[in-house]
Design a protein around this ligand. Structure first.
Ligand code: HEC
Length: 189
């Protein structure tokens, strides 16, 4: 009787079967290895894109203590966003290279070249106001976009980009620590 199990095959067919079987095992093994390699590669290659930790630049710990950023948690998403905001403000050319043509060699290559973090906090509580110069209401985000374009000789990120969003969070945290109310003005010094 002719069975379809390997033992029922003629010797030639049996040999062919085991070659086929080996080939299919090898290809299963290969796809498993390939899949594994992909996962490992994707993990390491995307580290800079989806990194949840933020590089600690000098001055961050001082800033963090001075403005009590830990009020918002010691290691939360929000604190990391503020830290990214800190990096953006003090090293714009390094953390937002897509949005500025300024480089390390330029004397002013970061927001901090022209603004302190407290300036940004005051700007935050005074934003969303009607600006007679442009005849419209200007949001904090739009002000930041304008500085990327005009003051840093670059391009405007969208308002959802961390390059804008995280600076807003930083300004908000500093305003919180200074107890600035809506519309607060700097005292004359
Ligand atoms: C070369 C100097 C310079 C740099 C660099 C610069 N700005 Fe400005 N920025 C200004 C000037 C000047 C104004 C005021 C413009 C006006 O009133 O029309 C301003 C205005 C602002 C305002 C509105 C509030 C205010 O103080 O008038 C915000 C917010 C702001 N900048 C954020 C930023 C951020 C964030 C960066 C970095 C991405 C940055 N700026 C980089 C010069 C600069």
């Amino acid at each position: 009787m002719n069975r379809s199990t390997p033992s029922g095959l003629k010797p030639v067919n049996r040999a062919r079967f085991s070659i086929l079987e080996m080939a299919s095992r090898a290809s299963t093994l290969l796809s498993a290895v390939g899949l594994g390699a992909f996962v490992v590669l994707a993990h390491f290659a995307s580290a800079s894109v989806f990194r949840s930790e933020v590089m600690a630049e000098s001055g961050w710990q001082t800033f963090r203590a001075q403005y009590q950023i830990d009020y918002f948690g010691t290691d939360g998403q929000f604190v990391r966003a503020i830290q990214n905001g800190y990096n953006l403000v003090f090293h714009t050319h390094k953390y937002a290279p897509r949005f500025t043509r300024r480089g390390p060699a330029d004397q002013v290559n970061s927001c901090s070249g022209c603004h302190t973090v407290e300036d940004l906090a005051y700007a935050f509580v005074n934003s969303d106001r009607f600006d007679p110069k442009v005849q419209k209401r200007v949001s904090f985000e739009e002000r930041v976009q304008r500085c990327y374009i005009g003051s840093l000789d670059g391009f405007a990120p969208t308002i959802y980009d961390p390059a804008v969003r995280d600076i807003r969070l930083l300004a908000r945290a500093v305003a919180h620590e200074l107890h600035l109310t809506e519309g607060a003005m700097r005292k004359a010094r």
